[in-house]
Write a protein that binds this ligand. Sequence first.
Ligand code: C2E
Ligand code: MG
Ligand code: MG
Ligand code: MG
Length: 293
Amino acid sequence: RDAQRSAARTIRFHGAAGAPQPIQIALAHDLANGFDTGRIHPWFQPQISTDTGELTGVEALARWNHPHHGLLTPGDFLPTIEASNAICRLTDTMIDQSLDALATWDQQGCTVPLVSVNFSLTDLRDPALPDRVAWLLDRHEIGAERLGVEVLETVLHHGTDQQVPNNLKALKAMGCLIDLDDFGTGNASITNIRRFSADRIKIDRAFVRDIDTDRDQQGMVAAILTMCEQLGLETLAEGIETPGEYAMVSQLGCGHVQGFGIGRPMEREALPGWLEKLQETCAAASIPAMLRP
Ligand code: C2E
Ligand code: MG
Ligand code: MG
Ligand code: MG
């Protein structure tokens, strides 16, 4: 699979400005097929509590298992999806498949409290968004409190568009958890955090990298955590890769963690086995084995 991933890397086309690359046109052509065949689907990355070491949720991350190009990640195909006006279809597919995975895990006795999906600005501007979400929750008979809505901090800049805060308020009222993604990278004001109904802040990996040895990183994360505590917001540190990073963010009081050091994004079938291993190694200490220094 790693070989497949690096093969996919070689066809990256985004970043190159100007005319669409041939690969982009080819992907646009394959898009409908990708959706229809289920080759565009979520992988899941675990999130755990620093208090208990238990699984508190998973983030759904889009993957495209392309017949010719191999396994593609969002950096490879999100620009194509956006250019093809298919972003709402992607979101609906991700919610639908994620709730389907939740229902299956429930049947298998594998308890996943929450699945979080990444929403785009286009979704948040759609007056029908709360109905779309309610319909999908209904269809899978899953409570809204088990669906997380991840919104990029940069979306908060679009504060003049009243539809965005209205939609977030409606989703929160239904019971969904609102996550502010990549926090610290989009210069949002504190006023906006309130106005956009955030329940939890996801501290971007940029602040977490080498936090165990870098005093500036520690200071910034400590400041963010203090602010969140004052505002009654939950916190999650993204991109935890090493035992040292884990130890420092949990010592500073961050509530949840996610990252390659905890678990990489995986297919739905792999999660029950992963969780079983976490529970075995967690029985003694509240730190997953792979994170013990
Ligand atoms: P994100 O929402 O911030 O998701 C976290 C990204 O960081 C994922 O990349 C994940 O694989 C990666 N990551 C997780 N742990 C680590 C770590 O320890 N170290 C490092 N270096 N990276 C880590 P991915 O899956 O490539 O997704 C990239 C971005 O694409 C996501 O960032 C999200 O903004 C977007 N995205 C993913 N799925 C969807 C989707 O279904 N819809 C939309 N609109 N956007 C999506
Ligand atoms: Mg996210
Ligand atoms: Mg993020
Ligand atoms: Mg990101």
